[in-house]
Design a protein around this ligand. Structure first.
Ligand SMILES: Nc1nc2c(ncn2[C@@H]2O[C@H](COP(=O)(O)OP(=O)(O)OP(=O)(O)O)[C@@H](O)[C@H]2O)c(=O)[nH]1
Ligand SMILES: [Mg+2]
Length: 232
């Protein structure tokens, strides 16, 4: 019992590291968001917007919170680069999908890409936050308008594809859409950025806790030492 409690204590007080991927179309503001996160949370400020160019590959940033380390992976959003995103899915604990709420012309393109992300089996149960960026712009759609635009787009799509297996898969996706969280930010001004990081932090913590509870329940039932982990 001593080992069990010691293991539980060590497990709960250890700073765990979680990976968050930031994806979305090119120009959505992902790198501006990452750099603003660095400025808000780290001693060394991130790059200012005038120093940021299109991302070819990835950028990373780390934020150390009292109990957790969040490692952000900002992935380039240009068409030719999107096909590397899936390589990050297996190891990520949360997904932030950024849309440019000001660029109405490209919303449909964004939703097409968003749907392929939603349907990736590796991240089916991973917390996913939809971020409506550029809320500082007077032309930006609000959070509610962005959600509505996505729902309308999705509705049109399933009406065009009400057939067999494809329609059945839509039921799973509809559940995810119903519980989809959308938050508005301005990566340039920093408005809403801390709230979005809080959301990601809370969601990865919650998923960690459910894994921890399942793990220690398993150890209690089997008499296994939790410090030795599963499978030894
Ligand atoms: N008005 C406004 N402009 C923004 C905001 N965030 C980013 N931008 C601008 O949007 C443009 C694209 O920003 P990036 O951060 O490079 O976009 P990205 O999503 O990283 O693009 P890729 O690296 O090509 O995938 C730049 O001109 C930014 O200054 C914002 O919150 N408000
Ligand atoms: Mg970028």
């Amino acid at each position: 019992m001593y080992h069990l409690l010691k293991g539980l204590h060590e497990h709960l007080t250890r700073k765990e590291e979680f990976s968050v991927i930031i994806i979305g179309l090119d120009g959505a503001g992902k790198t501006t968001l990452l750099e603003k996160i660095k400025t808000l949370y780290n001693e060394t400020p991130g790059l200012t917007p005038d120093k940021i160019g299109p991302t070819v590959g990835q950028n990373t940033g780390t934020v150390t919170l009292p109990s957790t380390i969040l490692q952000f992976w900002d992935l380039g959003g240009q068409r030719g680069i999107r096909n590397i995103w899936h390589r990050y899915y297996d190891d990520c604990h949360a997904v932030a999908f950024v849309v440019d709420a000001e660029d109405k012309e490209r919303l449909s393109e964004g939703w097409e890409v968003f749907e392929t992300v939603l349907s990736a089996p590796q991240i089916l149960n991973v917390p996913l936050l939809l971020i409506a960026n550029k809320q500082d712009s007077p032309n930006a759609l609000s959070v509610e308008e962005i959600r509505q635009d996505y729902e309308d787009w999705h509705q049109r799509k399933i009406e065009n594809a009400r057939r067999g297996a494809q329609y059945e898969r839509e039921n799973d996706r509809r559940d995810r859409i119903a519980s989809l969280d959308v938050m508005g930010i301005s990566a340039i001004e920093g408005t809403g950025v801390k709230a979005a990081v809080d959301w990601l932090f809370i969601r990865v913590q919650n998923s960690r806790r459910s894994v921890t509870v399942a793990f220690f329940t398993c150890c209690l039932q089997s008499g296994r030492d939790p410090q030795k982990g599963i499978g030894r």
